[in-house]
Design a protein around this ligand. Structure first.
Ligand code: TRP
Length: 334
């Protein structure tokens, strides 16, 4: 049987944090290193330009994200690991898809609707600050996905709509020009834990409650000390299911370690002690990868090389798709 193709893109704005690690990076690496699927993982740097116009930030984020995945053990012989901008067929496909995507479909995209709504609330023109990049974003994402005929696209809940739009666009193309594209499906893994942030809400850059993945141990410890707790004293029994510290613990601990900490909570472990043990648990898991991360960042040539190799393979596959697409729409040698 043909293997399922699984594809994920990461927008290159920001520095990976513990929430990204637990919710996305760790499970994706585990899945891609198995033999069950063909995996595609790319740095969505054209997507970054939609929301970020600071070149230094986009560049630095691209380095950090690439180094993070490699440091954590992504096996590039088993994964197509590439930078979106190294595959010129993607924006090419985007144009063709743009020409058959209904404007009305884009009017319904959450990101655009949210921008319009906040403009209306602020008494501004509805399209104030809305670029064509933001507006057409789902078409670029459709091109990313359809280019490689991905079957499955693991995403967070906020991205489900975009994958459904990619599916709509593929359907429309196939209906009009003949079967070219595989219809993709979003997968939201309910088993993967969503890590809480320092304040107990979901860890997210937009809440400012994140812990950078590869901070120094000292900074990691400082962040952990800031995790929200209540006023219970040492010796007071504590409810693990109502404690952010315990949620963090569960994201990193083995089942035995989870049982151990539950017991400690019942016995009234002091918050300071629980945080100290939590730091050690997380730090032990991250320390070897952190060392590789720092070494990779100190010499970018290895990463650049890996990305170039990945791009080469991705372009070969993209060229095949584009040959079909162009022929289907009537763009071909005379
Ligand atoms: N838009 C996605 C996000 O912000 C990133 C992304 C870009 C993506 N292209 C993709 C995800 C294709 C999955 C498939 O998270």
């Amino acid at each position: 049987m043909q293997k399922q193709r699984v594809l994920t893109g990461i927008t290159t704005t920001g520095t990976p944090h513990l929430g990204n690690y637990v919710g996305a990076i760790r499970p994706a690496i585990a899945a891609s290193n198995g033999d069950a699927v063909d995996s595609y993982l790319f740095l969505a740097d054209y997507h970054a330009l939609i929301k970020c116009h600071d070149p230094a930030h986009v560049h630095q984020s691209t380095r950090e994200i690439a180094a993070t995945w490699l440091a954590l053990g992504l096996d590039t012989s088993k994964t197509y690991f590439y930078r979106q901008s190294d595959v010129p067929q993607i924006p090419e496909l985007m144009w063709i898809l743009t020409c058959l995507t209904a404007k009305g479909l884009m009017n319904r995209a959450h990101a655009y609707k949210a921008a319009v709504q906040s403009n209306e609330e602020a008494g501004e023109d509805q399209d104030y600050g809305v670029t064509m990049g933001l507006y057409s974003y789902p078409v670029l994402m459709a091109a990313d996905i359809l280019m490689f005929n991905a079957h499955k696209v693991p995403v967070g809940k906020d991205q489900i709509q975009h994958v459904e739009m990619a599916r709509d666009i593929a359907q429309r193309f196939n209906h009009h020009f003949g079967e070219v594209f595989t219809l993709p499906e979003a997968v939201v893994d309910e088993d993967v834990s969503v890590l809480a942030g320092l304040d107990g809400r979901k860890m997210s850059k937009s809440y400012g409650n994140t812990i950078p993945l590869f901070d120094t141990p000292k900074k990691l410890q400082k962040s952990i000390n800031k995790i929200k707790t209540n006023l219970l004293e040492p010796g007071d029994p504590k409810d693990p299911d109502d404690a952010v510290v315990f949620q963090f613990w569960e994201a990193f601990a083995s089942p035995e370690q989870v049982a151990y900490m539950r017991d400690q909570f019942a016995k009234g472990i002091a918050w300071g002690q629980a945080k100290k043990e939590l730091f050690e648990l997380i730090n032990d898991e991250l320390a070897p990868a952190r060392e590789r991360y720092n070494a990779l960042l100190a010499d970018m040539s290895y990463i650049e090389d890996e990305l170039q190799k990945g791009a080469q393979r991705a372009r070969e596959s993209a060229a095949e798709t584009m040959a079909k697409v162009r022929a289907a729409v009537g763009i071909r040698p005379l």
